[in-house]
Structure formats: structure tokens, C-alpha cells
Design a protein around this ligand. Structure first.
Ligand code: TYD
Length: 218
């Protein structure tokens, strides 16, 4: 029967601070995989399903005085729960590869570390929301702080959202948080040097994915 796959797809998350170029890299990676005849679904967090996109609006453009740290973390976990159940897991089961622009480790770095809720709290929320479901590989794109500031000024001007617009100290804690998270579980991460052109970064990503591509793209 057509449309059936015996092999599960591969789940790749792209992580990093603001302005690291994740969305561009998600697109370039999807194109490269499709050229290899791999079916790909590109998605993002918060969002990816109608319910999670509605929660995204609540998070990035909050009503009233905004959310406190735990309410914010719960909303991210709720959005992720819907995204995992309704989009990511079904796609993987069909043999489709999924690339998500941000996933759980954003909650660990932003809410857990920079927001000071702690890693255990974020893990518990993820257990409840998504059975602790993890990517096969997380690509952490690291960009020097000065480059990020320039990219963000070009992209957002003074229009940054409720979280992107937090102070420098918060975003430094996020960057440090991502490094700590990746250092703790090195097998689950590839750290990608984000300096240089989009094509340079893309080549580094393909290189990091070579173990998966070797098995699946022949
Ligand atoms: P987005 O516009 O997608 O940011 P970027 O282009 O930098 O990826 O907005 C997502 C924002 O939400 C971003 O500031 C990071 C934040 N975020 C968290 O704080 N926790 C999370 O779990 C996720 C997925 C995102």
C-alpha cells in the first residue's frame, strides 16, 4: 500500500537565543532533506497547531499585566503538549522527519534558568504535558552576543515581543543556560557555530546530521 512507512521519522529541534538564525536554518535544512527525498514537516514553538498558536499569542502579546513565571511555563508546556500529540508524533509515525524551530530546551533555558523556576520544574511539566518526549537531536546554534544585537535590530527594530524584549541580563542567562543544558547531555546535542553566512551555518548543520543522513538518504 502506498503512503505506509516502516521507519519512524527523525525529530530535530533547533535551539538558541534570539536572532540566532534558527528559522532560516530550519528552511534550508528542510530543502536539503527534501532533495534527498525525505518528507519533512517544519514547525515552530510556541505554536505548530491551532491550539498552540492561540497560546503563542497569549504568551508573546500577553493580556493585562502579563504572566508570572510559573503561569508562563505552564502555558508553554500546554502549547507543547498539543503540538507533540497532534502534530509531531503523528508525523514521525508516518515516517516524516520533523524540524521544530525551538522545543523543550527553550523552556529549560528561558523559564527554568533565566526565569529561575529550575530545571526540575520544567521537566515535571514536560512529563505531565508530553510524557517527557525528546528530540532525536537538538541543534544548538550559538552566535556571539554583538552579532545577535545587530541581527535583532535589523529584524525587530523596537517591535520585540514580551519575551524577546526582556533585558540583556535575562538573555545572557538564557545563552548560558543553553550551554549548560547541552554540556549535561552531549550525546543529544550538536553545537553549531552560528557565525558567518547562512550557507556556512547550513553546511555545519548538514555535517552534524551526517550519521542520520547516512542511514536514511541512500
Ligand atoms: P519567536 O518570535 O519565535 O522568537 P525567535 O525568533 O527568537 O525564536 O518567539 C518565541 C519567543 O518565546 C522567544 O523569545 C523565546 C520564547 N520561548 C520561551 O521563553 N520558552 C519556550 O519554551 C519557547 C518555545 C519559546
Amino acid at each position: 500500500m502506498t503512503g505506509q512507512h516502516s521507519q519512524r521519522g527523525v525529530f530535530i529541534a533547533l535551539e538558541g537565543g534570539e536572532g540566532a538564525g534558527k528559522s532560516t536554518q530550519a528552511r534550508l535544512l528542510a530543502e536539503a532533506l527534501r532533495e534527498r527525498h525525505i518528507e519533512v514537516d517544519v514547525t515552530r514553538e510556541p505554536g505548530g497547531t491551532p491550539g498552540a498558536e492561540a497560546i503563542r499569542s497569549l504568551l508573546l502579546d500577553p493580556p493585562g499585566e502579563g504572566w508570572d513565571a510559573s503561569a508562563e511555563a505552564l502555558l508553554f508546556a500546554a502549547a507543547r503538549s498539543d503540538h507533540v500529540a497532534k502534530r509531531i508524533k503523528p508525523a514521525l509515525a508516518r515516517g516524516v522527519w520533523v524540524i521544530s524551530d525551538r522545543f523543550l530546551d527553550s523552556s529549560r533555558a528561558y523559564q527554568g534558568i533565566a526565569g529561575e523556576l529550575g530545571d526540575d520544574t520544567i521537566r515535571v511539566l514536560h512529563e505531565i504535558g508530553s510524557d517527557g518526549f525528546r528530540p532525536d537531536l537538538t541543534l544548538l546554534i550559538e552566535v556571539p552576543g554583538a552579532d545577535v544585537a545587530a541581527r535583532l535590530a535589523a529584524r525587530d527594530g523596537d517591535q520585540s515581543d514580551a519575551i524577546g524584549g526582556r533585558n540583556e541580563e535575562y538573555h545572557e542567562a538564557v545563552a548560558k543556560g543553553f550551554r549548560q543544558i547541552a554540556a549535561r547531555d552531549p550525546d543529544d546535542f550538536a553545537i553549531i557555530e552560528g557565525a558567518g553566512s547562512a550557507e556556512d551555518v547550513h553546511a555545519r548543520i548538514l555535517n552534524a546530521l551526517s550519521p542520520w543522513l547516512g542511514a536514511s538518504a541512500q
